[in-house]
Ligand binder design. Structure first.
Ligand code: NAD
Length: 278
């Protein structure tokens, strides 16, 4: 297996590198998940939204059957709630996601977005806490939460806090305020779009660092996330790229390299940041 685990607030561990399966068909996801497990990944990130939970769960089960030396507990499976709904409906959605995956539990369940307002956010979070109590999910977290949304968790003493916030994060979009707000509370950052969706591989800073370290632009970008202590979940449907994206634990960016990459922030915002209602 490749890469270390990070410790989450709830005491459980999460592999720092995962495979993202956004916009993969069930067939693509089935193949990609198996290739990722072959390449040493132990973490798969899907969502109700991606409509490939079944393929991901099946690929994990089939791969485990072929690898009796690895246990289910060594693999980390994440899925997410597509639309924020009531507490009861959230519980129902989680039950369906679990059933669709055919797995016996979900390692991490995320609220995919903060959309809907504070009341509905509280409702779905309560549903996540219920599902955790039932043992259907082991850990619970959020995605695309801004500073204000993260702040809502501090208001209730003793309340369950998300173990991580999965957000669009890479050198060109560093979102320092959100990162700081999360880190202050011990909430890990999970970077989605860590490869900038392939849109900055030709940036001169990235290509020169790739040459310097005899690595690819994708590997340099992922290494930046890893060295910031973020979890990274790059996506690829190609076996060669899935393998390439895992070969990032045999080199290190030095302080100057990191500084150069940190300076690339374009202060981009996503739709999620401007979402807000009450
Ligand atoms: P990404 O930054 O991981 O980029 C993926 C694209 O980069 C691929 O489509 C591929 O074309 C290219 N690529 C991958 N490896 C490469 C390599 N080694 N060399 C050259 N090109 C390569 O973008 P993403 O898929 O949007 O994000 C990753 C994952 O994050 C998703 O699959 C999904 O699991 C998750 N995600 C979550 C949210 C959310 O709202 N929570 C949103 C989007 C994505």
């Amino acid at each position: 297996r490749v890469g270390p685990d990070l410790k989450m607030l709830d005491g459980r561990s999460i592999p720092q590198l995962g495979l993202g399966v956004y916009e993969m068909t069930n067939d693509e996801a089935y193949r990609a998940v198996k290739w990722a497990l072959d390449a040493g990944y132990r973490h798969i990130d899907t969502a109700e939204w991606y409509e490939n939970e079944h393929a991901c769960g099946k690929a994990i089960s089939d791969w485990l059957e072929d690898h009796p030396g690895v246990t289910r507990e060594e693999i980390f499976y994440t899925t997410k709630l597509k639309t924020n709904v009531s507490r009861l409906d959230t519980v129902d959605k989680i039950k369906r996601s679990l059933k669709t995956s055919t797995l016996s539990y979900i390692d991490l369940y995320l609220l995919h977005s903060p959309i809907g307002g504070a009341d509905i956010r509280r409702e779905c979070w309560a549903g996540c806490v219920d599902a955790k109590e039932y043992g259907w999910v082991k850990s619970i977290g959020v995605s695309n939460y801004g500073v204000k949304h993260i702040g809502e968790f501090t208001q209730q003493a003793g309340a369950e806090v998300p173990v991580l916030n999965q957000l669009d994060n890479h050198p060109f979009m560093r979102r320092p305020e959100i990162v700081a707000a999360c880190e202050k509370q011990g909430i890990l950052i999970e970077a989605w779009g860590p490869l900038v969706r392939g849109q900055r591989f030709n940036h001169p800073t990235i290509t020169s660092l790739a040459t310097k370290h005899a690595k690819t632009p994708a590997q340099v970008l992922l290494r930046w996330s890893i060295q910031h202590g973020f979890i990274a979940i790059p996506k690829s449907v190609s076996q060669a790229r899935i393998q390439e994206n895992a070969q990032i634990f045999d080199f290190e960016l030095d302080a100057e390299d990191m500084k150069q990459m940190d300076a690339l922030d374009e202060y981009l915002v996503t739709d999620w940041d401007v979402v807000d209602e009450p």
